[in-house]
Design a protein around this ligand. Structure first.
Ligand code: ATP
Ligand code: MG
Length: 560
């Protein structure tokens, strides 16, 4: 259950980042400059959306600017395909960056600064292997050992670093390390690696460079070059902050500051890029934009709107402690949006034929239906009605439990925007399956009343059999059946928790006007849920994805 108070976001108090910014503004520092720094090695997901809303949102709120900076310092995993998708997703979410930058644009500056640090005897070239370096770092309780190459002369270091840059050495043969303190209590200060050799083509700089800066060296410096005032990242980087400050201090450059917030985790999904990539590569999903994926393109294809994702990010808030958010909250946000904005249509997902035996053969009536009761401007539409219609199989029960207000033999139900019908007879095939219902109708009940003023509790949707349009409907559900698929039991992987029922494809019967939809059109199928037209639709053959059901059937509340 979402309680009322969480939905009234406009009255909320300041989050801790806003407090920091307002305090700093009060002290006279009015410039706010943030950045969103994705590594172009995968598609953005809902966690990134949280970070985007935060960085762009803070800049907007305080009349500042937010840059888009691609953190493209690892040529091995990065690609322009990802750059393009990231830009598309940010724009779709409704944000525009001030400047588009690439850490790779700063390679020369970063190199020059590294030379400066060597000259100050704050960096050295180390010939140890990766393994030797790892062992030499010690542990939290045991201090590290100094590298035998740590005390090379400045001249030798300058020459070797230049030779590294010029391609004289193979991958892994040498690294450049900062010269700090091998016994430092913060392990990251034990002579962190600044540069490694990678003879690998970069998606932007090609083969110009064969040495690449490490995150800790490149990130703060890139922030400083762009004069970022608030460098916001996720909590796991808090131990990196002193190192971020150390490089900036040593170089005496613009003092950007780093602030950490809790990363967004969601139930019933995974968010690590490595795991998402595995789902795609091993065909557990149809691609990065499979509607079950937590990626932004997946959510878009599922029928989520930018406004619903922004509202979600706002409701989640900005925490300083890691937590897991109920996927139900994201679903709540899209329901709220679509309830106000999606037109209603009648679509029967699991049709059973109803023959209204006392309705004249050959007669057709036009029923006027409200497009959206939440939005008067959405107007009305005409839907035809005749002697044979389809209703939902689950709206009839031969042996109903108490309080079943839909159709059963001898009972009455109202057809939405049409007559009250009464079921008289059930027709079955030789195997006992119900294939048809014979009903009569109250001819005086067409305008929402009845012949004698009696009240009918049940109202069901229907479509006219004569012109019903068969449509493909993809019933998506949660990708995992376990709340925390990352918490694996022994001998299992997250793959073992995939929900086998996360996709069911059916043929439904829809109002004929739905032949003319465009991909991305969103509807509420009355009583069934919210659906969006998929881009796999072809003219006259629409395909719909279920965005979300009308009610949360997964919550503990609903399972009772
Ligand atoms: P990786 O480092 O494994 O490639 P990442 O998820 O950190 O993945 P980045 O491209 O480095 O991906 O992330 C870009 C920005 O988005 C970073 O500032 C990061 O902190 C933020 N971010 C990533 N995941 C989340 C999340 N789940 N919640 C909030 N912010 C996130
Ligand atoms: Mg990262």
């Amino acid at each position: 259950m979402i309680d009322e108070s969480t939905t009234r976001t406009e009255e909320r108090s300041l989050n801790f980042l806003e407090e920091i910014i307002e305090k700093s503004i009060a002290e006279g520092n009015t410039r706010v400059q943030t950045r969103f720094p994705p590594e172009p090695n995968g598609y953005l997901h809902i966690g990134h959306a949280k970070s985007i809303c935060l960085n762009f949102g803070l800049a907007k709120k305080y009349n500042g600017l937010c840059n888009l900076r691609f953190d493209d310092t690892n040529p091995v995993k990065e690609d322009t395909e990802y750059v393009d998708s990231i830009k598309e997703d940010i724009k779709w979410l409704g944000f525009q960056w001030a400047g588009e930058y690439y850490a790779s644009d700063y390679f020369q500056q970063l190199y020059d600064w590294a030379v400066e640090l060597i000259k100050k005897d704050k960096a050295y070239v180390d010939d140890q292997t990766q393994e030797e370096i790892r062992l030499g770092r010690g542990t939290v309780t045991v201090p590290g050992k100094e590298s035998p190459w740590r005390n090379r002369s400045v001249e030798e270091n300058l020459r070797l670093f230049e030779e590294m840059k010029d391609g004289k050495y193979a991958d892994g043969e040498k690294v450049l390390r900062a010269k700090i303190d091998m016994a430092h209590p913060n392990m990251l200060f034990r002579d962190p690696i600044m540069y490694r050799i990678l003879h690998s083509e970069h998606h932007r700089t090609g083969n110009k460079w064969c040495i690449y800066p490490m995150y800790d060296y490149a990130h703060g410096e890139s922030d400083s070059i762009e004069r970022i005032t608030h460098s916001i990242c996720t909590l796991e980087f808090d131990v990196h902050r002193p190192l971020y400050d150390w490089f900036i201090e040593q170089l005496g450059i613009f003092p950007s500051h780093q602030y950490e917030f809790a990363r967004l985790n969601l139930t019933y999904t995974v968010m690590s890029k490595r795991k998402l990539l595995q789902l795609v590569k091993e065909n557990y999903v149809s691609g990065w934009d499979d509607p079950r994926m937590p990626t932004i393109c997946g959510l878009r294809r599922r029928g989520y709107t930018p406004a619903s994702i922004r509202a979600f990010a706002e409701k989640v808030g900005v925490a300083k402690r890691d937590n897991v958010i109920d996927l139900g909250l994201l679903e709540f946000c899209i329901r709220e949006d679509l309830n106000k904005n999606a037109q209603r249509r009648m679509v029967v997902l699991d049709p059973i034929k109803v023959v209204i035996t006392d309705y004249p053969e050959g007669k057709t009536e036009i029923m006027s239906c409200v497009n959206n009761p939440e939005d008067e401007t959405a107007g009305r539409r005409d839907v035809s009605f005749s002697r044979e219609i389809y209703i939902e199989r689950s709206d009839f029960m031969e042996n109903p439990p108490k309080k079943f207000f839909r159709l059963t033999v001898g009972s009455e139900v109202r057809l939405r925007y049409s007559y009250i019908i009464k079921c008289q007879e059930v027709i079955k095939d030789e195997n006992g399956n119900i294939i048809e219902l014979r009903c009569t109708h109250d001819p005086m009940s067409g305008n929402g009343s009845s012949s004698d003023g009696r009240k009918i509790k049940g109202v069901i949707h229907w479509v006219n059999a004569a012109d019903a349009l068969p449509v493909e409907v993809r019933l998506y559900d949660r990708l995992f059946s376990k709340e925390a698929p990352d918490n694996t039991e022994e001998g299992k992987t997250f793959i073992d928790y995939l929900n086998p029922e996360s996709l069911k494809v059916i043929t439904a019967m829809a109002e004929p006007s739905m032949a003319h939809i465009s991909a991305g059109d969103k509807f509420q199928f009355e009583r069934m849920g919210y659906f969006v037209a998929d881009y796999d639709s072809t003219p006259g053959k629409p395909i719909f994805n279920r965005t979300v059901t009308l009610k949360d059937s997964w919550s503990k509340e609903a399972k009772k």
